[in-house]
Design a binder for this molecule. Sequence first.
Ligand code: PRX
Length: 643
Amino acid sequence: MNDLRNNRDESQEIITLEGSNIKKVKENAKNNPDEFWTACAKNLIWFKEWDQVLDWNYPFAKWFPGGRINASYNCLDKHLTTEIKNKAAFIWEGEDGKTITVTYYQLFTKVNQLANALKKLGIKKGDRVTIYLPMIPELPISMLACARIGAIHSVIFSGFSSQSIIDRVNDAGSKIIITADGGYRRGKTIPLKSIVDEAIKDTPTIEKVIIVKRTFDDVHIGGKDIWYEDIVTEESSYCLSEWNDSNDPLFILYTSGTTGKPKGVVHGSGGYLTHLFNSAKWVFDFTSTDVFFCTADIGWITGHSYVVYAPLMHGVTQILYEGAPDYPNPDRYWKIVEKHGVTILYTTPTALRSYMRYGDKIPNSYDLSSLRLLGTVGEPINPEVWKWYFNVIGKKSCPIVDTWWQTETGGIMIGMCTGIENISMKPGSGTFSLPGIELEIVDEEGLKVENGKKGYLIIKKPWPGMLLSLWNNEERYKKTYWEKVSGSFFAGDFAYLDKDNYTWILGRADDILKVAGHRLGTIELESAFVSHPSIAEAAITSKNDDLKGEAIVAFLVLRKGIESSPHLDAEVNEHIRNTIGPIASTEKIYFVNKLPKTRSGKIMRRLLKSIVNKEAIGDISTLEDEASIEEINYEFNEINKQL
Ligand code: PRX
């Protein structure tokens, strides 16, 4: 194994496709995919080139098999021989306004020290490390340290509860958890270490808990606990990068599906990083002077891909913000833009809707002139919010990239490629798929629908950023994504193409909710409700919400002898916040005598959704499969009598 630190191949130029005709690029990607993806992969540093571009053993894709690569090397080492070495990688801003700048070289050193420390603790290639940290520099450092030694990171959003940690740690079989004493959220501290203490009573594979000092609150120190600073300080600042195979897992990220158990989405390095590097170049068109502010928490896929891996590979400076958008005042993002000269802001429609409520005066009181590009992700953006973003934040001079993608797709799939194309925007549409991504809108039978008709969004060909599989569950991988429309990836979203072929995403077509952009499974929520001793049965649906997009509504049947009361309502809500986390707060609880079900016992969730959204019953009769119109009418009347 060589130390390639000072051995960067300068002949590797970034393939920007600039100046080329986008139509030609997309045609080439379609007709000569191997040639196209080869050119894309060559933008990364490989220790050893691949034997083949794609080994497609349906439905398992191996991109660049035989290729050896390291994600941390591509994010850090490759910059050490360039002017990027002493540039800010992260400008971290704490909720209290404190700022710390971490240069690429400093980041490199910290990652290497932790990588060495993890090795000393016995972590080897292929081992799983759970990371449960707030938005502090140690979070990306921990991910990159794992990547460096070939360990697989599994980041859990720090808003999740002990039970969520137990499920995820046990599924992954992690040996170590990296956490903090606490985290800050809206001025309050969240006792992360105590939440972990509670969880590790039921996680037999955990050998050590590494604790970062953030809040300096007193924490319980048990036999497995060690302080982060104690294990890194004495470590050497260089650790050789592991030559990972292109398809060795880089990370597992758990996300909600349509059953009670979250899915462990697995991504590798070669394909995933190729997708990220190129999608970021095409969509954001990063330049050396960019200051990129992706507001996502690293606990979600957007943070993995576009806070950590893509921007670091490009050597741009990023903002890492610890806290809430509205703390201490509803101006925080604008304040950060002004303070750090942010050039690209990538955020969610939920955040924009909440800012828009406070009017134009607040953003107008900040200097936002450094901005050159705006982006959104995670949920459909309402055209009026899009216009507000464009007019008030971008001052009519910043394009908006509305990017559609998923945990499973790894990187952006639909979005305007400002780096290579010049097209008209349509508020609310993500425009077109990226080069090499072939999507189609189909009906129940998998047949292409005509433009203007709503259908299911599918991806017709494998792409480099696609998930390798689901952790420990190949069957579920096949069933969820590849069996609904044979030969194609089933994304689970409704969409349509307009007459100009622009894509419009209409939301989830399955039992997954998007609450403030966060993905939550209805069945996962229902299991959490019935784990309360007073609840016998639960049906979860969502109500359209001006702020959060969707808000959780629960229909609950109480156990015999239990009476409903406002006190119980509050207690149940608290139980859900403790079982899943505060993101699962319930908007409205209805206690009912029985749930509407089909003859085969399936809960009619879409009927409930129509009821809470006051939609006409006629619109839902075709949606509730297995149910007859009489059944639906009957249940509709029954439920309405009880509300
Ligand atoms: O329903 C789509 C919605 O978010 C889902 C994926 O959620 P998650 O895996 O948490 O990843 C979110 C961040 C990439 C999709 O199935 N979604 C994502 N982006 C958009 C969107 N809906 C509409 N417009 C988008 N731009």
